[in-house]
Design a protein around this ligand. Structure first.
Ligand SMILES: Cc1ncc(COP(=O)(O)O)c(C=O)c1O
Length: 390
């Protein structure tokens, strides 16, 4: 019998330098995407073992680490990899920025969806590329790719690169094989490269199936890169570790060369060790964490339906983030955010995810249930107090 892990334990993260819990009052943090759970015991034991050994010198990835990555992705998702397809990076977003510079020149058009995880847009702009957005369509409470709009804009703007978020943040969609295939066909037709951010891949809920983009890309592998990490999966974002997958030899050599130009191809000792331990020993913790998250999602959805029935709730197919349309509760974004701040609860402001985020909020439910309940009660009070709503 596996040991049950305790996800109900409330751990005070204030005063630790936590990005999420940055307050010096009793505000409840239901925003940035990390979980308020302790890391899996096997991961903590691994760090303990390294400390006991006591020597923290230069480290390189072992064959066992490569094998753990290959086994995880092969057994769970049918993604066939070998060591030559794998590079390391200290973050998915740093890699995404590198891919922008690899696949495009200044001013070239890069497409992202709207809404989208904010750095997809900011990195395009900071790197002096031209941002082209394609709004997702909302059909029966779920986002869908607007394939006609995507193709029309690819042609109109001569898009060179599509940055895909698979599964999608903030909407929580796990794109199906058919949807991805349709997107790939359009990109192939117009010679558009695809970089797929798959950091939420392991957080699929309620039986949804994640499809790695690279499993579809045969014949187009010279134009496809996937970026992933175990940091979101195992709640170790502070460790800073991620992986780049590319199956085309010339492409991966080129990426490797670009990384080496600024010596950014290797990770710190803890990142290698934690990545190995997570993929090798983390399955049981992940299964239990996902069960806990599913229960919290169910609870939050029911609470919102009952107490704030005018919020349109987008139930996620992956991740612990719930996208909320609060347009019935406010006419402008600032009023909404101010009301929450006054009630001492913080959610992610929708507007940072693009125009589609107007009057929306992103709720993070990966926390002990008692915290979630208190946070939802504060939300209830805040939104009911917003001027004009009864
Ligand atoms: C879609 C997506 N990509 C990337 C990241 C961050 O990745 P990293 O910390 O490895 O840069 C996040 C974090 O929330 C995310 O949601």
């Amino acid at each position: 019998m596996p040991v049950p892990y305790n996800f109900d334990e409330i751990i005070d993260r204030r005063g630790t330098g936590s990005l999420k819990w940055h307050y010096n009052d009793d505000t409840i943090a239901l925003w940035v995407a990390d979980m308020d759970f302790k890391a899996a015991p096997p991961i903590l034991n691994t760090i303990e073992r390294v400390l006991q050994h006591g020597v923290l010198g230069y480290t390189k990835p072992t064959d066992a680490l490569y094998q753990a990555i290959i086994d995880w992705h092969g057994s769970r998702y049918g993604l066939a990899l070998n060591k030559k397809h794998i590079l390391f990076s200290h973050g998915v977003i740093p890699s995404l920025a590198l891919m922008l510079r690899m696949f495009t020149e200044a001013e070239d058009a890069v497409m992202v969806n709207d809404p989208i995880y904010a750095p997809f847009m900011t990195k395009v702009e900071q790197n002096s590329r031209t941002l082209v957005t394609s709004a997702l369509k909302e059909v029966e409470g779920k986002y869908q790719l607007d394939l006609a709009d995507i193709e029309a804009k690819i042609v109109e703007h001569e898009v060179k690169l599509y940055l895909l978020c698979n599964p999608h943040n903030p909407g929580g969609r796990v794109w199906t094989r058919d949807e991805l295939q349709a997107l790939l066909s359009i990109c192939k037709k117009h010679d558009v490269a695809i970089v797929s951010d798959e950091i939420h891949q392991d957080l699929t809920l309620n039986g949804h199936t994640f499809t790695p983009f690279l499993t579809l890309a045969e014949g187009y592998e010279h134009k496809v890169v996937s970026l992933t990490s175990m940091t979101k999966t195992f709640n170790v974002a502070g460790i800073k570790s991620s992986i780049i997958f590319a199956k085309d030899e010339a492409l991966i050599n080129k990426i490797n060369w670009q990384q080496r130009l600024s010596d950014e191809h290797d990770l710190n000792l803890f990142a290698y060790e934690v990545t190995y331990s997570a993929y090798k020993e983390g399955r049981e913790w992940l299964a239990q964490a996902l069960t806990y998250i599913e229960t919290n999602i169910e609870f939050a959805v029911q609470f919102l339906n009952q107490h704030l029935p005018d919020i349109k709730v987008m139930r996620p197919e992956a991740s612990y983030l719930i996208w909320l349309d609060c347009s019935a509760y406010g006419q402008d974004d600032k009023t909404l955010y101010d009301a929450l701040r006054d009630a001492k609860v913080e959610l992610s402001a929708g507007i940072q995810y693009g125009d589609a985020g107007h009057l929306k909020l992103r709720l993070n439910v990966a926390c002990p249930k008692a915290l979630l309940i208190e946070g939802l009660n504060r939300m209830h009070a805040a939104l009911n107090s917003v001027n004009g709503h009864k």
